[in-house]
Design a binder for this molecule. Structure first.
Ligand code: SF4
Length: 589
């Protein structure tokens, strides 16, 4: 099997999650991953593809998904067998703080001379703390690291005309004596023209390394191959807890303006993905953010696309726009994060739109034939107290009863806590008192330690002036219980499934109380023993806590992956890659 120049490793949230007893709670109910957060960031594929275009060989190894898929899989043995020139590890989402550092430690244990680099949003925020650790050599910062990673690879592999370390932008490293070097984030491209986001690299690399298992983005992906199409890096909004907000991008990534993918390229990315996958394509970012003209150009370019597409809107839209959306992509699902029923709470969160226009938007979507309308509500918002959370559930009933009253149900509400961590770099994290928040963890090391606490109540890195940690947990379960019953009542989930969800919530509540009792014991040994004893029940309660994860899935029919077409696509790609070289060989000879 060919050796890779760069191996990109994706760690589970907690490295030894298979042995530890941790009641994760509903932290991942609303994302495709399990609580191990096995999905690797989309940046892995853009970096890999970019480097391959420049002649480097890159392999992605999703250790998290392989550990989930088999108890017998030994990540340490696999790391030992890998022999790249450089290891790259993502610490994009902070819940990977434990796993990512442990994987880095193992890389150093078996390959002390192979450099280890980190990247991602959380790495950028904690770059200095990271490179002071013995297991981390470099941190590549910013939201777009394709070029800095290329330059670092050229340096580390002694490529011709390789730059010196201090010539590489966005880089932090430390010398053995502890001297820290931090180069400015000067690489922040104004658009996304330089990346290819159609996963063609993944198809090629799977064939090259004969290792589909390591490239799978999350457990169950082969049965539900959802992919993402990236319209933007950055955001024009400032939701108070979001590490991807305009303020966080400016403060952490030195990005003053969002970088957009050209609308025609975005449409082509989606069509390219459809060549090998029939799963839904999630268009990340509201396509209206760059303005009307962008949305128009995109809708013209994607007109007639029949595959399932998930679109997100960040605020209200008019009827004409919704109609055009429906006409361009008739197999569409709409996602709206309303956050709360309360206009006051929503405004405090940084989304000042009112209920009436967003309800109109939902009506327009339903009348335009949206296949699914997912509406998301959150717990842990500024100015949101316990009663407000329960009032949101009442509002969900109003939406199901009054907005979507036809024989076929399309509007599905979800409620979930902001958990386990509020993002570093977000306005709330940077200025907690101003927004009524209190943090239990600030540094990377504190978050790493929080992750191995025995229940999600202790893992949460925050509480608010209106909801303490106990109340966040309790209101989450109470809201989940009530919403689940309402969904059953309005026919959104089958009675049997609703009963199973209710049983899980009741069990999770009992376990939270049990873990609290165990944690109140002074004898550490006895605490550990009792936590081990409840592990089987904890594991059982860890997936789909307040709703069934399958509720999020867009219904698919027939084959999910088009393997023959993927194979053809792979061959076409190889020919396309070889052809120009053959031509230039002919010319130069
Ligand atoms: S949560 Fe708000 S700030 Fe964050 S990406 Fe979405 S719209 Fe932008």
């Amino acid at each position: 099997m060919p050796h890779a120049d760069l191996v990109l490793l994706h760690a589970p949230s907690v490295y030894d999650f298979r042995r530890k007893s941790i009641l994760y709670g509903p932290v991942s109910d609303l994302v495709p991953s399990t609580p191990v957060f096995e999905m690797y960031p989309i940046g892995f594929t853009t970096i890999a593809e970019y480097l391959e275009r420049q002649g480097f060989r890159v392999r992605i190894v999703n250790l998290a998904v392989r550990m989930l898929n088999s108890d017998r899989f030994d990540p340490e043995k696999l790391i030992q067998k890998l022999h790249p020139a450089v290891f790259g590890i993502d610490l994009h989402w902070l819940p990977h703080a434990h796993g990512a550092l442990e994987v880095a430690r193992l890389c150093k244990k078996y390959h002390p001379d192979v450099p280890v680099m980190f990247g991602g949003f959380s790495s950028t925020y904690y770059h200095e703390e990271l490179v002071r650790r013995p297991e981390v050599d470099f941190c590549v910062r910013g939201d777009s690291t394709e070029l800095p990673v290329l330059r670092l690879m050229q340096h580390l592999t002694h490529a011709p005309q390789a730059p010196a370390l201090d010539e590489i932008p966005n880089l932090t490293w430390s010398e053995p004596d502890g001297t820290l070097h931090v180069s400015e984030i000067t690489y922040s491209p104004p658009n996304l023209d330089h990346v290819l986001i159609d996963y063609s690299y993944v198809v090629r690399a799977v064939a090259r390394y004969r290792d589909l298992a390591s490239f799978v983005p999350f457990k169950g992906w082969l049965g539900y191959p959802i992919t993402a199409a990236l319209s933007v890096r950055g955001c024009t909004h400032n939701c108070r807890t979001c590490g991807g907000s305009a303020a966080a991008f400016a403060g952490t990534h030195n990005r003053r303006r969002p970088a957009y993918r050209a609308p025609e390229d975005l449409a082509q990315d989606i069509r390219n993905i459809a060549r090998f996958s029939k799963g839904p394509v999630f268009i990340l970012g509201d396509i209206r953010q760059p303005g009307e003209e962008y949305a128009d150009r995109f809708l013209r370019a994607i007109q007639g696309y029949e595959g399932p597409v998930i679109v997100e809107l960040f605020d209200a839209a008019d009827r004409d726009f919704i109609r055009r959306l429906a006409s361009a992509m008739p197999n569409w699902t709409l996602e709206i994060s309303l956050e709360t029923h309360s206009e006051e709470v929503r405004a405090a969160f940084g989304r000042p739109y009112k209920n009436a226009p967003i309800e109109d938007t939902m009506r327009y979507a339903l009348e335009a034939g949206v296949k699914r309308l997912d509406v998301f509500f959150m717990i842990g918002l500024p100015k949101q107290d316990y009663q407000s959370v329960l009032d949101t559930v009442d509002y969900c009933e109003y939406l199901m009863r009054d907005l979507d009253s036809g024989p076929e149900r399309h509007l599905i509400p979800f409620i979930s806590p902001l958990a386990p961590f509020l993002d570093p770099g977000s306005p709330v994290f940077e200025n907690p008192e101003r927004y009524g928040y209190h943090f239990f963890a600030r540094t990377l090391e504190e978050h790493r330690q929080a992750l191995v606490q025995p229940s999600w109540k202790y893992v949460l890195n925050y509480e608010t002036q209106w909801l303490n940690r106990d109340q966040i947990v309790d209101s989450t379960y109470e809201a989940g219980l009530r919403l689940n019953r309402l969904k059953a009542h309005y026919g959104l989930v089958e009675m049997g499934q609703a009963e199973r969800t209710e049983a899980r919530i009741v069990k999770a509540r009992r376990l939270i109380a049990q873990v609290d009792d165990i944690m109140s014991l002074e004898d550490e040994g006895r605490r550990a023993k009792l936590l081990r004893a409840v592990k089987p029940q904890v594991d059982d309660a860890n997936v789909s806590t307040v709703c069934d994860k399958a509720e999020l899935n867009v219904p698919l029919t027939g084959l999910r992956l088009n393997l023959p077409r993927a194979a053809c696509f792979f061959i076409e790609q190889m020919i396309e890659r070889l052809w120009p070289r053959t031509q230039s060989d002919v010319v130069s000879s």
